[in-house]
Ligand binder design. Sequence first.
Ligand code: PBG
Length: 324
Amino acid sequence: MYFPSYRMRRLRQSAQMRNLVRETELLPDRLIFPLFVIHGQDVRNPIESMPGCFQLSINNLVDEAREVRELGIPGVILFGIPAEKDEAGTGAYDEEGIVQMAVAALKEEVPGLLVITDVCLCEYTSHGHCGIVKDGRVDNDITLEMLAKMAISHAQAGADIIAPSDMMDGRVAAIRTGLDSEGFSDTPVMSYAAKYASAFYGPFREAAGSTPEFGDRRSYQMDSRNSDEAMREVHLDIEEGADIVMVKPALPYLDIIHRVKQETKFPVAAYNVSGEFSMLKAASERGWLDERGAVLEALGAIRRAGADIIITYHAKDAARWLNE
Ligand code: PBG
């Protein structure tokens, strides 16, 4: 059973041979492209720390989403940059809010595109926290009502999947109950179940203007060194009604992705976050890495770990390469 009767290199001799025994598929239909939407007409503001990503006004967002669809990517996840922010983040559930209008436009103009919405208050609150602040602390239970309202307003606008990312306790149940009571019992919830307090969100906060004004998010997002706790978070979200569970970030947490898939067998999404994207972009721009090779390897590794769905800013490039 050992060398020389066994030779591992036999099945690596040609691309055809290697493809026959490849264990993991990486296809555009498992990718989701994140998009940032902002008020105005013909706006296309480059996000400096995320080369190739933009804050887009609705008309440009629609064009971008058409391109995404044509590349074989099934869906987008939307983040809104509101015109005004306030203490309570009221822009988050405004019927004519930026995300609500963007969802309606995408559903009308880009047939077949899955539109996922991020549900979290941090882009809408003046202090930049993911919930309502009371006596200097993010108040869990008051925030739940706002999140449910926000989710309902997204579903009313036509969102296909609701994705809460705030990490308040009980939010999946609050959102599920809210959606069901308004007739949206068929709208799935993709919960950011194991979301870590991470330095890798830096570029996103520039893109979405959501850096907290005081403190950090460690009182609600998870400690990066914990794994059992991630399983408790995931099991709670499943009990509360989550249809898809997410691990975020992705690459520094492949062990968590693997464990969640193994232990739950639920559909698992992984968020390949802004900092993970920017690292590869920056090194590629300097000629230190081959971008195509590094990106496809990273995304393949996330799939291999157990993710069914990958949310990634590389989605368009990856789809182009995979379609070649
Ligand atoms: C909102 C939210 C964040 C991200 C997705 N949803 C930022 C945060 O929690 O600070 C990060 C995404 C990324 O870095 O690409 N709460």
